[in-house]
Design a protein around this ligand. Structure first.
Ligand code: B3K
Ligand code: ZN
Length: 880
């Protein structure tokens, strides 16, 4: 049905709308089977369109009941109606339009627009869901004042919420009641929200920096009400942090968060009324891991920070999505870094960026952080727009310093509060506030692909100079093959043979620069000479990951070991451990292909032992260094990838380290495995992280002692982090304890959907050979729900995207399974289905037999009649 009409939307075709909507009064009458929505909107001709007399309003999946213009009923002949628009003509300068329509939230499985979760009503309007609620200008540059009247049965829907402040409520006949909400801030329709149902809430308050009291409320189904405290405390921390770090104060008198079980994404920043996936709200030590606690705080922060970066200043069009998302991710990253361990946060973010975004940037869906065309905008809520977007925002801070960055932010809000703007406006605010020409930054917005910097070093012993030469390039991507050079702040240090960092005297500066210097690369080729370098140094490159690029330098195994021990940059010490492991695994892949025996040199084992035993190093950082690059990172690093070979060499390296370091691993484990009260602070989290890293190594030894050790931790843990770490370790081992632990976990948690997600995920991620059969069986488990996105992601998503060795089975069964699944799911929930289908997109990276099978799967989806636009775009781009 849809692919015939799949329409490409282009940035260059942007036009302001003919009319603007000054205000909208919505009347939502929630009924048992259907809902009647009536909207009255005051339209006014746009000042840029003096000749305009027509207006096309977005609207989908609604039954139109009536249209009135300035109080006069219109007949069918007065307007045009198709599957996407209600179009009017011969319109005056200003007018009021009232449109009434019927919708069916109870049947809405797409979870976009108005839908139900556990019998409660809620909405998801970003990006284009409002058009499933009423006929309106559903585009981010159409900003209006919203007043919303909700009517519903009082017994089943005692709670009625929308954006802003509740200005009226009361009882009606027949057991119904109503509430009227008014939001005094203009906003685009994507920030509209409505919630109605039987919900409990907790409340608290926050006093802002100017002394205003803000009421804070979190709504959930009654049985989860005791698990909201961490989210509430996180919200207060976020409000305080934004005042302190960016001078940004909350603006309404109330801030509400609603947790729902069925949600396509993590959360949504609707003005004053956030809707959250319940997995990002509920936490208690027995049900949530350390990672859950940190994520909840980060996402609560992220949605709160959107109030300024997204809501007060919003996007002109959806091509500008990274304007709000990249910036808000950057802000939430800084929030977490300020509250916990900055280097650990940086490592985790970079790990995620490299594993997921670099590969997106190298594949068929590669797009710039500001794309120039799309078919379905929901497909562009990507790692590129979010995570690379955040790195690009970070570049400004690296180039301008924290103070300069803050000046740019202040100017951005001063200029654009209440407006819908573009990434150029953001760039201009940064440049103007600092009196800098940053025009080359534009290339980061227009060009896809991960830039590569080839670095070489010349040391002149006689002159005591050390010259670093940089050559940047960027591989071709779908939008262009001829790339302009990027502005790349590239941090360098030089380490003397003693291990000390050298004081840097770059030729471009008159003064010494300390031991870290950020070279500003702007040309294709560039060099910097450092004077007074007494002995040949080893460079430490791209410290703190100063730009989202790849770099090459001819480091040897010994160089990496040296950097692991001496680098003064926490990030780069970790980086050396990762690059070393990657180098070894790539060599092993060659050895394996050539029929040579695999081996690991003793000095490598020693190097990782030193990390493990380095008491001076934060345990969290030791754990990060010991966590080697994943199988998918290796897929991305080579061509003709064979997932079985990759799995084998990675397991070989880990088990060689485990066997070689068994005693120190056990000692470290014992030392950290103390019975103590569960606390969620950086120190406690770091200790658990190192302990569980040790456990996962020991589990590779695979003898009865180790099985018993894992099982003991599983049984005795007083928190979910430790229990789950033990269960994950057992999940990869075919031993009786595995079944025992899985059974016990299931028995304990069968009624808690969020915890059961973990149980599904662990089994779907197992490297044991019968995993696909297990996944198929688990689909029939009573706790599985094929319409719930969390369940789908835990079981099917984890299998397809987090279990390379099993998903890429040589017989193609993994691909067949996913393909069948997404074809069915696409009929109910295109957004989630097309996400899952992305697991097939990288087919070109695999060896020919698998590549053919993956391609055939994509073709099978492509040939289905009636696939969604979401699915069509992913599959079509993957094949072309
Ligand atoms: N802005 C939402 C994401 C909406 C996704 C729509 N497909 C959450 C966030 O990024 O904060
Ligand atoms: Zn966001």
């Amino acid at each position: 049905m849809k692919q015939g009409q799949a329409q490409v939307i282009r940035l260059e075709e942007y036009q302001v709308p003919n009319y603007q909507a000054d205000w909208i009064k919505l009347n939502v009458d929630l009924g048992d089977e259907s809902t009647i929505v009536t909207s009255t909107v005051k339209y006014q001709r746009h000042t840029d369109k003096p000749e305009a007399t027509t207006l096309a309003l977005h609207g989908e999946s609604q039954e139109l009941l009536s249209v009135e213009l300035d109080g006069k009923a219109l007949s069918d002949a007065d307007y045009e109606l198709d599957e996407q628009y209600l179009s009017l003509r011969d319109l005056p300068q200003t007018f009021e339009l009232t449109v009434s329509s019927r919708i069916y939230p109870q049947k809405n499985t797409s979870l976009e627009g108005l839908f139900q979760s556990s019998g409660n009503y809620c909405t998801q309007c970003e990006a284009e869901g409002f058009r499933k609620i009423t006929y309106f200008l559903d585009r981010p540059d159409a900003m209006s004042i919203f007043t919303t009247r909700i009517t519903a049965d009082k017994a089943t829907n005692p709670v009625l919420l929308s954006n802003g402040n509740c200005i009226e409520k009361g009882d009606l006949e027949d057991g119904r009641h109503f509430a009227v909400w008014h939001d005094p801030f203009i906003k685009p329709a994507y920030l509209f929200a409505l919630v109605a149902g039987n919900l409990s809430h907790v409340s608290d308050e926050f006093i802002t920096c100017s002394g205003r009291k803000v009421t804070l409320e979190i709504y959930t189904e009654a049985h989860n009400i005791t698990r909201c405290d961490h989210a509430m405390q996180s919200l207060k921390r976020a409000m305080k942090w934004d005042e302190e770090r960016f001078g940004l104060e909350y603006d309404l008198d109330i801030y509400m968060v609603v947790a729902v079980d069925d949600f396509n994404m993590g959360a949504m920043e609707n003005k004053g009324l956030n809707v959250f996936n319940s997995k990002l709200v509920f936490a208690s030590p027995d049900t949530a891991t350390d990672m859950d606690y940190i994520n909840i705080e980060a996402v609560i922060g992220h949605e709160y920070f959107h109030n300024w970066t997204g809501n007060r200043v919003t996007c002109r069009d959806w091509f500008q999505l990274s304007l709000k998302e990249g910036l808000t991710v950057f802000r939430d990253q800084e929030f977490t870094a300020d509250l916990h361990s900055r280097p650990v946060k940086r490592i985790e973010d970079v790990r995620m960026l490299r594993t997921n975004q670099f590969s997106e940037d190298a594949g068929p869906m590669a797009h710039p952080i500001r794309p120039s065309s799309f078919i379905e905008i929901n497909n562009f809520y990507t790692m590129t727009v979010y995570e690379k977007g955040a790195e690009v925002v970070r570049l400004y801070q690296t180039l301008l310093g924290r103070e300069g960055f803050r000046k740019g932010m202040d100017l951005y809000f001063e200029r654009h509060d209440g407006q819908a703007v573009t990434t150029e406006d953001f760039l201009a605010a940064m440049a103007d506030a600092n009196g800098r020409d940053l025009s080359q930054m534009q290339n980061w917005y227009n060009q896809a692909g991960t830039p590569e910097v080839a670095v070489t070093m010349d040391y002149n012993a006689a002159a005591k100079t050390c010259t670093l030469n940089f050559k940047q390039s960027c591989p071709p991507t779908p939008e262009s093959s001829d790339k302009k050079p990027f502005l790349i702040p590239f941090a360098v240090s030089l380490l003397a043979p003693s291990g000390d960092a050298v004081e840097l005297h770059p030729d471009s500066e008159s003064d010494a620069q300390g031991t870290r210097y950020v070279v500003q690369l702007s040309e294709r080729e560039q060099s910097v000479r450092f004077d007074n370098v007494a002995e040949k140094p080893l460079p430490s490159l791209l410290g703190d990951f100063s730009a989202p690029v790849k770099y090459s330098f001819d480091y040897s195994v010994d160089d990496y070991i040296f950097l692991m021990q001496h680098d003064t940059d926490d990030f780069n010490r970790w980086e050396a451990s990762q690059r070393l492991a990657q180098l070894l695994m790539l060599q092993m892949l060659d050895d394996r292909a050539a029929g040579r025996a695999l081996g690991v040199a003793p000095e490598v084992v020693d190097a990782y032992q030193q990390v493990l035993e380095n008491e001076a190093l934060d345990p969290a950082l030791r754990a990060e260094a010991l966590s080697l690059p994943g199988e998918s990172d290796l897929v991305d690093a080579i061509t003709n990838a064979d997932p079985e070979a990759i799995h084998e060499v990675r397991e070989y390296l880990i088990s060689t380290l485990a066997n070689g370091l068994r005693l120190p691993l056990e000692a470290c484990y014992e030392q950290l495995n103390q019975a103590e009260e569960y606390r969620v602070d950086a120190v406690s989290i770091g200790r658990r992280s190192l302990k569980n890293t040790c456990l996962s190594y020991l589990a590779r030894i695979n003898d009865e002692g180790v099985h018993a050790l894992c099982f003991a931790q599983f049984e005795n843990a007083n928190n979910m982090t430790d229990r789950l770490a033990a269960l994950s370790a057992l999940a990869n081992i075919d031993c009786p304890e595995r079944e025992q632990a899985l059974k016990a976990f299931e028995t304990q948690w069968r009624d808690n959907p969020l915890v059961m997600d973990k149980w599904f995920m662990i089994q779907a991620g197992s490297s044991l050979p019968d995993t696909l059969d297990q996944v198929k069986l688990l689909q029939k488990h009573p706790a599985f729900d094929g319409n719930n996105p969390n369940k789908i992601r835990s079981l099917i998503g984890r299998f397809a995207m987090g279990n390379p060795v099993n998903f890429h089975r040589a017989d193609g069964e993994g691909y067949r399974f996913l393909t069948d699944f997404v074809i069915e799911l696409d009929k109910r929930n295109p957004q989630v289905a097309s996400r899952m289908a992305r697991a097939l997109a990288k087919w070109r990276q695999f060896e020919p037999a698998r590549a053919d099978l993956m391609k055939a799967s994509l073709e099978r989806i492509h040939q289905q009649s009636g696939i969604s636009n979401d699915m069509f775009e992913i599959v079509d781009k993957s094949l072309s």
